[in-house]
Design a protein. Structure first.
Length: 316
């Protein structure tokens, strides 16, 4: 019997057992070979949005993913709940990670920002921060907000400020997205889908309310999806992340992913040094000399602690 030829494509949406693969023959809902699940038991999803795959087409128009091309990079986190401990691949093969936060409703969470930055740095993926809902910048939150924008801009990460509902700042977002594969990640309710609708109104993504009681979103987007952008490039909308646990980063290497710690790493007496209990530590000295912020040093210790415990706790 003749073996059918394989069709190449990219996974644009993944809902657990079904993966939509965009190919030259259109979008083909596909399953995966059981082998991939057996090969990758420490991962909740062997195939993720952004994966380059080869599929075999079935007579009924569905497909079977036969091959997953090696990934250039990936954004992963430690899965929570019943699958705790295993890695969940949020997206594969991205050029830029945008961490989205709202200035209010919900409140910014620097611990969360730092965790995603660590993951991005560990895979060498450039990252930036998008602050949304500038219209809700009330005096009570203004000081903290100014502190955060200064902190991250000072570390060299691009910081964009927008009002997704009015289009304020959207031109900068379009320019930043152009020609790249971008992923927008953040807690539920910060306005990720609203932002993408502002960038491309034809997307018509579903958006949801933020609870006035808990100040949290209602997990409106349930699966990651990749969309082509009108001016070239792609963007991945992702479901709101409750907890961002670090995976595949060892305690001894964590400090390399805090960009401002790097100049001090070789000043430590012990190599490697975890910069919490060791004497003559260059990083701790830098922290005591105010060259490293409280926020980032505590974030570092918090993540270090969670790596040692192997837990999947939230940012602070
Ligand atoms: N005031 C204000 N509200 C906004 C802004 N952007 C989005 N919202 C509102 O925030 C709520 C949540 O927006 P979504 O786009 O659904 O948030 P999301 O981040 O996609 O949330 P999940 O899909 O649950 O992860 C909606 O009620 C939006 O109208 C903004 O710039 N200002
Ligand atoms: Mg959404
Ligand atoms: Zn040290």
């Amino acid at each position: 019997m003749e073996t059918p030829s394989l069709l190449h494509g990219i996974v644009v949406r993944s809902t657990g057992s079904w993966h939509d693969v965009e190919t030259a023959d259109g979008r083909i809902p596909s399953t995966i070979r059981g082998k991939f699940r057996l090969d990758q038991q420490d991962v909740t999803n062997p195939v993720a949005v952004g994966d380059q795959v080869s599929i075999q087409k079935n007579a009924d128009g569905t497909g079977v993913i036969m091959e997953i091309k090696p990934r250039r990079n990936k954004l992963i986190r430690r899965a929570a709940g019943r699958r705790a401990g295993r890695a969940q691949v949020i997206v594969a093969n991205v050029d830029f990670v945008w961490i989205m936060q709202s200035v209010n409703m919900p409140t910014p969470n620097p611990g969360f920002i730092d965790r995603v930055l660590v993951m991005a740095e560990s895979f060498d993926i450039p990252a930036g921060i998008i602050f949304n809902k500038l219209d809700l910048l009330h005096p009570s939150v203004a000081d903290n907000y100014a502190y955060l924008t200064d902190l991250y801009a000072g570390l060299g990460y691009p910081v964009l400020e927008v009002v997704a509902t009015t289009g304020q700042g959207i031109d900068q977002v379009k320019a930043a997205f152009e020609g790249k594969t971008n992923v927008v990640a953040g807690p539920s309710g910060v306005g990720k889908s609203t932002l993408l609708n502002a960038v491309d109104p034809s997307l018509q993504l579903k958006t949801g309310e933020v609870s006035t009681r808990t100040l949290k979103g209602k997990h409106t987007t349930t699966f990651a999806s990749l969309y082509p952008l009108p001016d070239g490039g792609y963007v991945v909308d992702t479901p709101g992340i409750r907890e961002f646990g670090i995976r595949e980063v060892e305690a001894w290497e964590l400090s390399h992913f805090f960009v401002e710690f790097r100049p001090y790493l070789e000043l430590c007496r012990f190599q490697p040094c975890t910069h919490d209990h060791e004497p003559d530590c260059g990083v701790k000295e830098a922290y005591l000399d105010d060259l490293i912020s409280d926020e980032r040093y505590y974030s570092y210790l918090n993540i270090l602690h969670s790596i040692r415990l192997g837990t999947h706790d939230v940012g602070r």
